[in-house]
Design a protein around this ligand. Structure first.
Ligand SMILES: [Mg+2]
Length: 248
């Protein structure tokens, strides 16, 4: 089932997938949610200059949610109290504003939907047909909703997400906890299973959990960087695992 030099994933006891950036292009939804939230906020507070996508890359992309909010507000000389992660999403605190973004994320997701990467769906189809156990291992607390909206929730019996991780006090990636626990839930041995990740921290988590194969999907992190983090193979798209040989 594979192209030259790629391992056959159907030979593994289980295949465990990260969600954001591996199964779905979720980053676009996050970017849209930040834009919607800050445009509304800056208009209401008469903050100038208005929010632009440059703010996303300068202050929000790759940052922890609350740190991103604080940094962006600082760039506009706006100061609000930090607050607490339990703050309501209506609270005018750093945490409240960060929580507001999460509400907008859910709204954008519902209104506009999200299509999974076709190559990823093709690989899921192959693994399911071969009766290979598969799972999702995501840090996101929105994983269940993203999977449902993308129409692929019912393909997975096990979804290890940010809600379970918080409930069970599992350390986040790059610690091995979530990948180790997801393998246990799926009933597979990590040493005979494969993990698929697009983030450095995710690759490191799977390597630390002792996965027999760690696949890096390069959605921008860079193949060399993913390999340095411990990925055994790096692909640009999961379709590479299902490419049929072209008959002569
Ligand atoms: Mg990811």
């Amino acid at each position: 089932m594979t192209g030259p030099s790629l391992p056959d994933l159907t030979t593994y006891d289980g295949v465990l997938f990260d969600l954001d950036g591996v199964l779905t292009p979720t980053a676009e939804v996050h970017m849209h949610a930040w834009r919607t939230m800050f445009e509304e906020l800056f208009a209401a507070w008469e903050v100038t200059p208005p929010y632009s996508d440059a703010d996303y890359f300068a202050h929000l992309d790759g940052k922890k949610r609350y740190d991103g909010v604080a940094g962006l507000l600082r760039s506009r000389d706006v100061e609000v109290p930090w607050g607490d992660p339990s703050d309501a999403s209506t609270a005018d605190t750093v945490c409240g504003i960060g929580n507001r973004k999460n509400d907008v994320f859910a709204r954008v997701l519902r209104d506009e939907g999200i299509a999974p990467y076709p190559g990823s769906v093709a690989l899921l189809d192959v693994l399911i047909a071969a009766e290979v156990p598969i799972a999702v291992v995501s840090s996101s607390k929105n994983a269940e909703e993203v999977l449902a909206v993308a129409g692929i929730r019912d393909r997975f019996s096990v979804v290890m997400d940010g809600v379970i991780a918080e409930r069970d006090h599992l350390a986040s990636k790059p610690a091995p906890d979530v990948f180790a626990e997801a393998a246990r839930m799926l009933g597979v041995d990590p040493a005979r299973s494969a993990a698929v990740e697009d983030a450095l921290s995710g690759v490191q988590s799977a390597v630390a959990a002792g996965y027999g194969l760690v696949v890096g999907v390069d959605r921008g992190a860079g193949a060399e960087t993913l390999r340095d983090a411990g990925a055994h193979v790096v692909v640009n798209d999961l379709a590479e695992f299902v490419e049929k040989e072209i008959p002569a």
